[in-house]
Design a protein around this ligand. Sequence first.
Ligand SMILES: C[S@@+](CC[C@H](N)C(=O)[O-])C[C@H]1O[C@@H](n2cnc3c(N)ncnc32)[C@H](O)[C@@H]1O
Length: 375
Amino acid sequence: MTDGVAPRRTAVKVLERIENDGAFANLVLNATLEKSKLDSRDRAFVTEMVYGTTRMRRACDHTLNRFLHDEIEPLARTILRLGVWQIIFGGVPAHAAVSATVEVAPRRFRGLCNAVLRRIAENPVTDWPSEAIELSYPDWLMDRLKLDVGEQDALGMAKTMNEPALAVTRSDGYHQDLSSQMVAELAVDGLKAGDSILDLCAAPGGKATLMASGGVWTVAADVRESRIGLVVENVQRLNIDLSLVVSDGCFPPFKPKSFNRVLVDAPCSGLGVLRRRADARWRVSEEEIERLSSLQEKLLLSALNLVASGGQLIYSVCTVTSTETTEVDERFRAKTGIQSCGLLPEPWRVHGQGGILLPQDLNSEGMAVFRYQVE
Ligand SMILES: C[S@@+](CC[C@H](N)C(=O)[O-])C[C@H]1O[C@@H](n2cnc3c(N)ncnc32)[C@H](O)[C@@H]1O
């Protein structure tokens, strides 16, 4: 067998599940790797191939379609996409990519795969029809990013989110991106040991565990019981003391004005973390963004009642759409008359009355934050 066939065979199996069955990339990849006999180097290569091919699917298809005249079987397309990713985006030498990838194909289309991949290695695309195709995003998403953060920043964002995610580890061993750590630090900034904070949408507990580790009494709530299970695992592993509640943040089971601070780290479209979720760009929809925007406003309105006088309410999302950031903030302030706490410290960029970090700013995830002063 040619060298490197086993990891490519595994990658094709995982890609078929993602592309044909709509499986979540991280779930099916982890489950497959757990059962496999591959060593750690091959596992890392499978991960890179699966996430890379998934992210760059549209650019791979454009590259391929120049040499395909008829529709081909889904399995042939999956294998060809994997080959194109290696040759064009993955930095794998063409001869190795072609021979090991062709060997994964059933005999009936080995000839086709071999011919097409060789031609692609000799003729890479030089005139991409659009930035959305070249950077491999749906048109609506690229248009929306340009509208919401401006053309240059949208392109910077789109490029950064095509890179593999960085592994950032806190001093206690928890993996958490820098911008999420910065939100947790902002949320407890100025609190003393014994003061309280409620994290209304807390699972899997990244921010809650960081906030609690500083001595602030932290209550972590989430609507999904199974996700509260993830917080339990993290709390036990890190040996951190915090309280856990399963509750719908729109109807929280707490007395009014019970907390010095409330953090609403709301469910969102996740467009700032596409780097970490390779398949998310193909799943998010404009309708979903609208639905989330009204849920975010509802969560903020119910959270406001729980903040004690003199306290603060903090709203954060790992996305950058105006619909889920400035528009939610504007509606919330108009309905409640609440004041924003003012500008956020650097490196946060000014974003309406809050702050935003784009993925390219600190090579982190994209995040937006708004803080309100409760009288
Ligand atoms: C962005 S994640 C939170 C991440 C978390 N704060 C952290 O730092 O690890 C959003 C969470 O909101 C939860 N959620 C969705 N709808 C909710 C609701 N109505 N009430 C409370 N939590 C909700 C989801 O289950 C999800 O765990």
